[in-house]
Ligand binder design. Structure first.
Ligand code: IPD
Ligand code: CA
Ligand code: CA
Length: 242
């Protein structure tokens, strides 16, 4: 439903966007409307759960489950009509993500995972890449809306691109993580993500057999890295903290 709303919004032509923290940080009425749509469904089927939404913030619950929602991941793409945006939902208990769902309305694909039970795309099991040499790896990354962080990311991307087969940037962290799960990418890394950008996609990548990690332990706001296990050490040394 949220996906259909976004698809109709994109088809109607360049949606009006406002800026948030910087000229690169965009929000549209569709971000808010998509979140309302997801929250309404969660309120109907999971009335006791809490919700953390990118647009609506924290709505406390009493079941011990909290949904982490990015109602539109890839807003800059959505505004431009570039077909790479998604709705991302994750359920966590005691801070551990147990369920992740990412819907890509442009391709009509839905990625999902339950912790310990594997990952799927439209019901088909996913398996991450088994590439074992960085020189053969297709890697994706993304860029923060903060100009200073971008400078560091650009320097890091310059180091990475010399070592890999090629470097991509889709503009949707959630889709990048799902495409690692599907083996379409051999790896993805990004600094400065927020929980709603990565919560569902990280579980989907991990359940598909990708290595996932962050600056020191699990993915965090400083670094999200998901890749073929055999290239993890080398890639982490390239993109991780010095
Ligand atoms: C953004 C996308 C993008 C990533 C940015 C995120 P938004 O999310 O995931 O790929 O590079 O860091 O902020 O703002 O479109 O929900
Ligand atoms: Ca996002
Ligand atoms: Ca968003």
């Amino acid at each position: 439903m949220a996906g259909d709303l976004l698809l109709r919004g994109a088809a109607a032509g360049r949606p009006a966007a406002r800026t948030k923290s910087s000229p690169a940080d965009l929000v549209t009425d569709h971000d808010r409307r998509s979140e309302e749509c997801v929250v309404e469904l969660l309120r109907t089927y999971r009335p006791d759960d809490g919700i953390l939404g990118e647009e609506g913030g924290e709505r406390p619950g009493r079941s011990g489950v909290r949904w982490v929602v990015d109602p539109l991941d890839g807003t800059a793409n959505f505004v431009a009509g570039y077909p790479a945006f998604a709705v991302s939902l994750a359920a966590e208990r005691a801070g551990v993500v147990t369920v992740g769902v990412v819907h890509d309305p442009c391709r009509g694909e839905t990625f999902a995972a339950i912790r310990g039970r594997g990952a799927t795309c439209d019901g088909r099991a996913l398996a991450a890449s088994r590439v074992d040499r960085l020189a053969q790896a297709l890697i994706s990354t993304g860029f923060s809306s903060d100009a200073e962080v971008r400078d560091r990311q650009a320097a890091c991307a310059a180091r990475v691109v010399r070592r890999v087969r090629d470097l991509r940037s889709s503009g949707s962290a959630a889709l990048d993580l799902c495409w690692v799960a599907a083996g379409r990418l051999d790896g993805y890394y990004e600094a400065d993500l927020r929980p709603w950008d990565r919560a569902a996609g990280v579980l989907i990548a991990q359940e598909a057999g990708a290595w996932v990690g962050g600056a020191a332990g699990p993915p965090d706001d400083a670094l999200t890295l998901a890749c073929a296990p055999a290239v993890a050490e080398e890639l982490r040394a390239l993109v991780g903290p010095e």
